[in-house]
Every structure is written in C-alpha cells, then in structure tokens.
Ligand binder design. Structure first.
Ligand SMILES: Cc1ncc(COP(=O)(O)O)c(C=O)c1O
Length: 352
C-alpha cells in the first residue's frame, strides 16, 4: 500500500530550472530580470526591525496591497498576496478543482500546470497551440470549453507570444469556470488583461514580483480579481504566506515604478537586438513580448547539443525535452554584455 494518495504516488513532480551557486555563469535559463531590484528594496530590507521578526507578519500584506491597488487603479480588496505567483496557482487549483474535475490549458505553456492538476487528480483538457513557423495561435476549441479552470499564460511561456484583449474577452465570455490569466511576464508586454477583471467575476490575473521587479529570490506574487473570488481563495491559503521581509521588499519595489519601468525598457531593447541577431544566425522565433525568446535552432543543428555546449561554456539556457520543444532553446534576455557573449558563442558553435 502506498503511503500517499494514488495520484501522488503515480505523478511526477515539477522540475525547476537549474540554479547554480553565484559565480561566473551567464544565467539565461529561468527568466530572471538581468537588472537588480530598485535600490529602495535593499533599504527597505535593512530597515526591518527585530520586533517585526519577533511578531507574525500582517496576514494579508496590507502595505503591499495598498501600494499595488494604487498602481493598478483597483481597490485593495482586489489584491491577494502570495508566496510567489506559484502559490497563487496552488490556491486556485485547491479552491476550484476537485477529484475528476476538468482543467484546461494550452500546450506548450507553463509546465507546472499539469503537475498541479495531477495533485488534485484532475482531468486535463490540453489545447495544443497551432504553431506555424513564427505564428502561435489558439485552437478554435478554446472558445467552446467546459471546465472548472482555464489557464492562459499571457504573454505565453515558453513562446513569448501573446493574445490580444478582444480574444481573451471572447474566451472568458463563453467560459463557465474560472479563467486564470497568468501575467507573470506582462511587465514586458504592451497590455494587461486588467480591464477584463472589472467586468468578469470569474477572472483572476496572476502577477509575479520575480521577473519585472527583479525579486525572484524573495518569493512574492499576487492575484488581481474581484473581491468575491479572492474571498474564496483566502479560505484555502496558509495563515501567513508572506513574511515581513518579503513584504517590505515587494512593497518598496512596486512603489518604485519609475525604476522598474526603466529595466523593462532596457530588456525590450535587448530583446529586439537578440531576436534580430538570432534570426541572422538562422534561428526561427516568434516575436516575443516577454523577457525571453523561444528559438528553433537552424537546420542541421541539434538543440540539446547546443544547450550542452553552451553549458560547458558557462552559459545556461533552457532546453525542454517535451513534445514540440525538442528543436528549440528558450533564452532569457540578459544584459547587453551577457547577450553579446551568448551570441558570439552561438555563432562560433554554428560555424563549425
Ligand atoms: C508562466 C509562469 N507563471 C508563474 C510563474 C511563477 O513565478 P513566481 O512564483 O516566481 O512568482 C512563473 C515562473 O517562472 C512562470 O513562468
């Protein structure tokens, strides 16, 4: 007899990207912001007092909710803070999906989704992207779904492509369950689905402080939804998911919009340069609205082999041994210097 539920015994857990110790590696594998967080973040961390650590933190990260509400033009009761965006996903699955319920998501998208679905013993409705060279399109089936939960990463990971607001509105309008729009990378994109939250009680946006605000090491994320939906999620969360230090750091980061926006602009400029250079080398990639690109390797090259050779040269990118992705590399946009080394190294490998 297994010590755990049958679905846990038979499932495979999530495999995070490699996180080497700090050193001379050029790390372009887990979509971190190449620029550090606002200097105000370290000041905020340094000003945390021992008394704040002795006591439990504010259970709903009130300071952050107020700051985020102001940034997004919503009320604080439309913000729910979590221990990274990943915890928001766990809460939504826990609250919305039971044994045998149906969960729908696009493929390829965030590889954590099937893992969370397996934990709930859910049924999967996988919606394959229609991929045609540089074009990634939703399958028509997405407009006629019946499921408890639909997850849409926008901009998508790992492709970096995005759907417009009108398309999302059409999907949400016809969907009976909860739609989670995963906006972990929206800071690098032209628009958010925020206007849809105001009109739809079944929509929740996922936001992450890991990418846009350079705080992956802190673990802080949040959801934006109507208060009625968030009230249900509050019921299934831990007592104090956001610690005092992370809340101080995230609050300082979101309040310094000018600093964060400057890093987004720099990433977008580098994204355009890296995309053009990769195309010149023979890679095929859809236009990215994120802080990474998904590049199909040139004819004659092997993606896994390139990944290994880059790794041996101390450059980490992401290779997914998954259907539809085995001929591609996902490359996080780094600083100008990091990108230059990556491109020169790729050029050298491909010339051989
Ligand atoms: C699509 C997507 N959603 C959500 C997350 C969760 O981000 P975090 O838990 O770091 O906030 C990630 C992280 O890589 C992601 O790629």
């Amino acid at each position: 007899m297994s010590l755990v539920r049958d679905n846990i015994a038979t499932m495979t857990g999530y495999i995070p990207g490699e996180q080497p110790d700090e050193g001379s590696v050029i790390k372009l594998n887990t979509n971190e912001n190449p620029y550090p967080s606002s200097p105000r973040v370290l000041e905020a961390i340094q000003s945390v007092r021992a008394e704040q650590l002795r006591r439990y933190p504010n259970p709903d990260a009130r300071a952050f909710r107020q700051a985020a509400a102001q940034v997004h033009g919503v009320t604080p009761d439309m913000i729910l803070c979590t221990n990274g965006g990943d915890e928001l996903l766990a809460l939504v699955f826990r609250a919305c999906v039971g044994d045998g319920d149906k969960v729908a998501f696009l493929d390829p998208s965030y590889s954590l989704y099937p893992v969370l679905a397996a934990m709930q013993a859910a049924k999967l409705e996988i919606l394959p992207y229609r991929i045609n060279g540089e074009k990634w399109e939703f399958p028509p089936r997405i407009f006629q779904l019946d499921a408890k939960l639909l997850l849409i990463v926008n901009p998508n990971a790992p492709s970096g492509t995005r759907a417009d607001l009108a398309t999302l509105a059409r999907i949400i309008h016809g969907f009976p369950g909860v739609v989670l729009v995963d906006e972990a990378y929206v800071d690098f994109a032209p628009a958010s689905a925020l206007p849809l939250v105001r009109d739809h009680a079944n929509v929740i946006l996922l936001r992450s402080m890991s990418k846009g605000y350079g705080l992956a090491g802190m673990r802080f994320g949040y959801g934006i939804a109507q208060a009625s939906l968030l009230a249900e999620l509050y019921k299934v969360r831990d007592s104090y998911p956001c610690d005092a230090v992370a809340t101080a750091a995230a609050t300082a980061a979101i309040m310094d919009q000018a600093y964060a926006a400057d890093t987004w602009e720099k990433v977008k400029l580098q994204r355009a340069a890296v995309s053009a250079a990769l195309r010149n080398l023979g890679f095929v990639l859809p236009e990215s609205y994120s802080n990474f690109v998904l590049a199909r390797v040139p004819p004659g090259a092997n993606a896994e082999d390139l990944y290994q050779r880059l790794k041996a040269a101390h450059i980490l990118v992401r290779y997914f041994n998954l259907p539809g992705l085995t001929d591609k590399l996902r490359i996080t946009i780094g600083t100008a210097e990091q990108n230059a080394v990556l491109l020169a190294t790729l050029e050298k490998f491909l010339a051989r």
